[in-house]
Design a protein around this ligand. Structure first.
Ligand code: ADP
Ligand code: MG
Length: 262
């Protein structure tokens, strides 16, 4: 008679550690229900598979470093006239990701650019892809410090391994020559191996000014826009529209989002 302790050990050696942990319970359950050998084995393998998938998702979500976790089920298409339900469904199918087709989400603050990017990123993880989410400021910091800070080095490696790289609030700040060069190098490395999502409140035409170098800008733009879908997100700021107000009927008249650049 083999003790479950020994079996658990063997399962661990065979890298079936999730099942090892659950084994005593599964045996008891199978005995109680008089399950067949085949049924028992199927349950065991299904359990291992399910737990592995859950752990993969967990690990990749951590890797991605999303600012929040909110799935596209919560995305209200009625509020976003730039996208129909059909188009949103199409985006969710992620064929563009396989085809290395970049997405550029443009629009003023509060219209849901970051939400849409995060939602698509999460969807990609569920479907088996690796994703990195980077606010532009963080990205520049990572690129500038990858030689001296280990954490930056790790993140840079992850970016390069990602199937989808989301850069949030692209060009919200002016970059100096060194930063622009580093950024261009990265885009160059990612080009042809990863798909990109950019969110920005400025259109590609204005990016040149911020990069301060027409040559580099044109090169970046060529690369990115060659295969890209540009989605102009519009409408009122969702944030402002639904913010809680202490005054009755105050919400719509003065919308600070319209005059403030974030
Ligand atoms: P942006 O990145 O364009 O500034 P966010 O994605 O940060 O905007 O959205 C601002 C807030 O409004 C967030 O709390 C977001 O969840 C919410 N929001 C924006 N658009 C929608 C939408 N279509 N459906 C549901 N929530 C939305
Ligand atoms: Mg945003």
């Amino acid at each position: 008679m083999t003790s479950t302790g020994h079996l658990e050990q063997q399962l661990r050696t065979l890298r079936l550690s999730e099942t090892a942990y659950q084994l005593p319970e599964m045996i008891t359950e199978a005995e109680r229900q008089d399950a067949s050998y085949q049924e028992f084995l199927a349950r065991l393998l299904n359990y291992e598979q399910k737990r592995r998938e859950e752990k993969r998702i967990e690990r990749n979500m951590k890797w991605a470093a999303f600012p929040f976790h909110k799935t596209l089920d919560k995305f209200d298409v009625q509020e976003q006239t730039a996208l129909s339900q059909k188009q949103l469904n199409q985006l969710r199918e992620l064929t563009w990701l396989d085809q290395l087709y970049n997405l550029i989400l443009l629009g003023p603050p509060g219209v849901g650019k970051t939400f849409l990017a995060v939602g698509l990123g999460m969807e990609a993880i569920y479907q088996g892809y690796q994703v990195s989410f980077l606010p532009m400021g963080d990205l520049v910091h990572i690129l500038k410090t990858e030689d001296v800070i280990r954490k930056s080095q790790t993140r840079k490696k992850r970016i390069l391994k990602s199937d989808l790289v989301i850069i949030d609030d692209l060009m919200y700040m002016a970059m100096n020559q060194q930063e622009a060069n580093l950024f261009f190098q990265l885009i160059n490395e990612l080009y042809d191996q990863s798909t990109l999502i950019f969110t920005s409140n400025k259109g590609p035409k204005d990016w040149g000014q911020l990069l301060g170098d027409e040559g580099i800008t044109t090169a970046i733009l060529d690369r990115i826009l060659q295969r890209a879908e540009v989605i102009h997100m519009d409408g009122d700021s969702y944030r402002m529209k639904y913010r809680q107000s202490i005054f009755e009927g105050e919400n719509d008249e003065t919308d600070p989002a319209k005059s403030v650049q974030n």
